[in-house]
Design a protein around this ligand. Structure first.
Ligand code: ATP
Ligand code: MG
Length: 441
């Protein structure tokens, strides 16, 4: 029987109706059971699940149709709301009419009701089915809420959102970790970060800019925290005293974001991810050198004296949480050898930089620094890093016509979301992840 979708309401709204009221709902069949002349259909839409019931002796046609249905078929149902203690949500729909809108092939390759029994690679192969699981779709509703909060925060603090090129002529961060693209009769690269452009916009007089956009890293490592394409929330601000000004801004943005997500999704996060999302209050700062000392004292070996590896970050997270009671903290003043050429070095302590990483639940989610805005020093630093000055002349000249001191940072959106939800593999927090092996779907 034909049912007009104009009358369709969300399942969440159907639950608001009283006993005896009529409703049209439509969605995917989550599960179906036939027991002694009664068909029980659990219907799913974006807003939830509702049980719909049709009895053979009351609606022969509907019952016959139901008997022929299976998981993931798309149907529209018209019926009457009925209080029912035994049903999920305390209500069900007594089916008066039903229309099959689209059938699913059988068997369905993965079961959205029971996604956990499928391995991640297969889930990603069938991502559109995997995302039908409430828990998996929630990750992206939370991502949406997070980015919204982040954008609000920066706008309210005088930043404007900009959109910079993703096809670029030079590797912005230096190094070989770039994807070349054929650009007509020559090669270009996919942008590793909007770094140089956002600095350019500060100097152009925008003073405070942010950008949310994809960045591309041709990093071959197979870890649970690296993607070759991820969403970066970049900021850059002018007229700062030092990197601490940037850190204050960034920590407020992150705390505001966690708060907003926790307020709106706190209950669901506990239910589906079995983790409490508390918004951090204090954000301790430890210098890189102190961090190494702490790790040393706790017997955590670090292979590179100029770096902190992921094990080190994790261990530091535990130590800082125990000693300071905070899951969010800064490590500051990283060694010059590990930071990009545009980073400002410390005065009278040139082996170290005015830089920081923000660590959340034991993982780096943000890197930032004050930038070198003095053209001559910048040029020297480019040379010192072994980069070709002629490739960066377009950038150096930006700082020859009046450039304020400035700084900024980049935050990995998938890492923030994964850490908020206690997700172990960052791929789960990217809609359609790209890694060295995966280029589809
Ligand atoms: P890591 O040391 O963890 O590899 P990085 O220091 O090389 O990261 P940055 O260039 O500092 O990365 O990037 C800024 C932020 O972007 C990081 O703090 C992180 O949140 C995120 N990020 C960096 N690389 C990746 C990646 N390959 N996949 C996902 N997120 C990333
Ligand atoms: Mg970093």
């Amino acid at each position: 029987m034909k049912i007009s979708l104009k009358e369709r309401i969300f399942i969440a709204d159907a639950f608001k109706k009283a006993q005896g009221e009529k409703a049209v709902v439509a969605g995917w069949i989550h599960s179906i059971r036939i027991v002694g002349g009664v068909a029980f259909i659990v219907l799913r839409d974006r807003t939830g699940l509702i049980q719909c019931v049709v009895k053979k002796d009351q609606n022969q046609e509907g019952y016959n149709l139901a008997k022929d249905l299976g998981s993931e078929d798309v149907v529209a149902i018209k019926g009457t709301l009925k209080e029912s203690k035994s049903s999920l949500g305390g209500k069900e729909i007594n089916i008066e009419a039903m229309e099959v809108i689209s059938r699913s092939e059988k068997p369905v390759p993965i079961d959205p009701e029971d996604w956990e029994k499928t391995n991640l690679a297969t889930r990603l192969d069938w991502r559109f089915l995997d995302l039908r699981a409430t828990r998996n779709r929630l990750i992206f509703e939370i991502t949406d809420a997070a980015i919204n909060a982040m954008r609000d925060f920066y706008r309210n603090n005088g930043f404007i959102e900009v959109f910079t090129p993703k096809i670029v002529a030079e590797a912005t961060e230096g190094g070989a970790e770039v994807f070349p693209v054929v650009y007509f009769d020559r090669y270009a690269y996919l942008a590793q970060s909007p770094q140089l452009y956002k600095q350019m916009m500060v100097v152009a007089g925008f003073e405070r800019v942010f950008e949310v956009g994809p960045v591309y890293r041709a990093e071959k490592h197979h870890t649970n925290r690296h993607l070759t394409e991820y969403e970066s929330v970049d900021i850059e601000m002018g007229f700062i005293e030092d990197h601490e000004d940037v850190m204050k801004m960034v920590e407020k943005a992150v705390i505001h974001t966690i708060q907003a997500v926790s307020q709106r999704f706190g209950k669901e996060i506990e239910q589906y991810f079995k983790i409490r999302l508390d918004s951090p209050k204090d954000v301790p700062r430890i210098t890189f050198r102190e961090a190494h000392k702490l790790l040393d004292e706790h017997g955590v070996k670090q292979p590179d004296p100029n770096d902190i590896d992921s094990e080190g970050e994790k261990a530091l997270g535990d130590i800082v949480e125990k000693e300071y009671g905070s899951q969010l903290f800064y490590v500051t003043e990283y060694p010059w050898v590990k930071r990009p050429f545009y980073t400002m070095r410390k005065e009278n302590d040139a082996d170290y930089t005015k830089s920081f990483d923000l660590i959340y639940r034991g993982m780096e989610i943000v890197s930032g620094s004050q930038r070198e805005h003095r053209a001559d020093i910048l040029e020297k630093q480019i040379r010192e890093k072994g980069l070709k000055v002629e490739n960066f002349n377009f950038f150096i000249k930006v700082f020859r016509y009046g450039a304020p001191p400035h700084g900024g940072s980049g935050l990995g959106l998938e890492r923030l979301v994964a850490q908020m939800l206690g997700i172990k593999n960052i791929r789960e927090a990217r809609l359609l992840p790209r890694d060295p092996e995966r280029l589809t779907p």
